[in-house]
Design a protein around this ligand. Structure first.
Ligand SMILES: NC(=O)c1ccc[n+]([C@@H]2O[C@H](COP(=O)([O-])OP(=O)(O)OC[C@H]3O[C@@H](n4cnc5c(N)ncnc54)[C@H](O)[C@@H]3O)[C@@H](O)[C@H]2O)c1
Length: 432
């Protein structure tokens, strides 16, 4: 099948590469010419395990190409995916400027029947708006499909190739048929393709992210209570996770969720419920808890040191989660800003996000070449992202490098016993 994917970010590029890998002819469109140039040189603008190799192979085999010219891509394709960003507006609602702009441009370029698939995360009613725009701009026949994406950054290719389910919101059988054919190769092992109306498909994406964010905020509050009452959140987490009605995923307490999805999708769901005069109280609390949790590690440091003026703080982990270089809404950002405002010096290290961090902090912090280098002369270490390579460090080497052996662990990578044995003062989340 000939496919165009508009928006070559985390979702568009992964979807494009995976659809090409299953034999389709895919052209990825982006308005960012530097991104397209980079991709044409065989480089990927984002870090995602396995992606560069997948892109390279499919380019070489002639199934995947990149362009800034939307019109030709539309003319040459039967299916057009919209995978552009839907950032939060000032009031938290999803900004649909990019999605609706692309819908208009697609419509103007149409030369026959097209299936227009919205893969961006959009509020209920967007597919109807897309339909209206396209209808206004063209006399050619078309179908609009809502096909929300559930991939996780850091495991995006695996998630796309082996989805738990595929959700398709479609209102006509012709488009449904096309989508079933396209996703056939990814659902051979039995993952369900769920066909529903567009409104339900659009809402499903928000409900999924809102549920996951709720679990995180809930566990963060359980952890905070553990600290107050002298309980250990590790025991509590494992014991409640063993209950099959609850399950073990997304029960790890930490320094709050970040990324380009949870914060904005929780806000957008609150917003579109409010537009219908519904106050989504649970989600309002989820968001408030998350904002508070992002200040938790800083509060612990302040409590320990009294003043952070002229203290040197090492930071391990800047990305909002491991296996990505994405720092959008990362908990490391408010932490570092608070440390700098309190007069501390920050020495940071992340395996993948150093380039992104430089664009955010410039010369205001020091960038270490490795996790040990970040510890040189540090008064304390703060662990913010749970990269695997931080899990089994040489504790003796750490102690020798640091001015004082103090660790604030925002991801509970170590146990209190272990850190005590190695001579560290250790503070973590949810362990009294
Ligand atoms: N990142 C994730 O993990 C994830 C997962 C599921 C769903 N989503 C959703 O998918 C959508 C895309 O997210 P993302 O993280 O891939 O975004 P992104 O910011 O990484 O990429 C978006 C791309 O779209 C391009 N773009 C914007 N307007 C354009 C236009 N008019 N024409 C061509 N290109 C244009 C941008 O240059 C950018 O490269 C969002 O709605 C997001 O909520 C993201």
């Amino acid at each position: 099948m000939k496919i165009a994917i508009v928006g070559t970010g985390y979702v568009g590029l992964v979807a494009g590469a995976c659809f090409a890998e299953s034999g389709n002819d895919v052209v990825c469109v982006d308005k960012d010419a530097s991104k397209v140039r980079l991709l044409r040189r065989g480089k990927t603008p984002i870090y995602e395990p396995g992606l560069e190799e997948l892109v390279r192979r499919n380019r070489q085999e002639g199934r995947l190409s990149f362009t800034t010219t939307l019109a030709k891509a539309v003319r040459d394709s039967a299916v057009i995916f919209i995978a552009v960003g839907t950032p939060p507006d000032e009031d938290g609602s999803a900004d649909l400027t990019h999605v609706l702009g692309v819908a208009r441009d697609v419509a103007r370029a149409m030369n026959g029947y097209k299936v227009i698939v919205d893969k961006s995360t959009v509020p209920v009613g967007t597919s109807e708006k897309v339909r209206e725009i396209v209808r206004r701009e063209t006399t050619h026949p078309f179908s609009v499909v809502s096909n929300p994406e559930f991939l996780k950054q850091g495991a995006a290719i695996d998630d796309f190739r082996k989805p738990d389910r595929v959700v398709i919101g479609a209102e006509d059988p012709r488009a449904t048929e096309v989508m079933l054919e396209l996703y056939g190769p990814f659902t051979r092992t039995g993952a369900p393709i769920m066909v529903m109306d567009c409104a339900s498909a659009e809402l499903t994406k928000y409900a999924a992210n809102a549920m996951l964010a709720t679990r995180i905020s809930f566990m963060n509050e359980v952890a905070n209570v553990c600290e107050l009452v002298g309980a250990d959140v590790d025991h509590v987490r494992k014991a409640i996770g063993a209950d099959r009605r609850i399950g073990t995923s997304f029960l790890f307490p930490g320094v709050g969720y970040g990324g380009s999805c949870f914060p904005k999708d929780v806000q957008a769901m609150i917003r579109f419920a409010a537009d219908k005069s519904y106050s989504f109280k649970v989600l309002e609390a989820v968001e408030t808890v998350n904002i508070c949790q992002k200040t938790r590690l800083f509060a612990k440091m302040q409590q320990h040191f009294g003043s952070l003026k002229r203290k040197t703080i090492a930071i391990w982990g800047l990305a909002f989660k491991p296996r990505t270089d994405d720092m959008r809404e990362a908990p490391s950002i408010p932490l570092i800003e608070a440390l700098l405002a309190a007069g501390a010096t920050v020495q940071a290290y992340d395996p993948e996000a150093m380039g992104v961090a430089r664009r955010i902090f410039g010369s205001r912090i020091t960038y270490a070449k490795g996790n040990y280098e970040a510890l040189k002369g540090a008064d304390a270490l703060a662990i913010v992202t749970e990269w695997n390579e931080f899990r089994r460090p040489d504790f003796g080497r750490m102690r020798a490098l640091m001015r004082s052996p103090i660790v604030f662990d925002g991801r509970n990578l170590f146990t209190r016993e272990q850190m005590g044995q190695h001579g560290f003062v250790y503070s973590s989340i949810g362990r009294a």
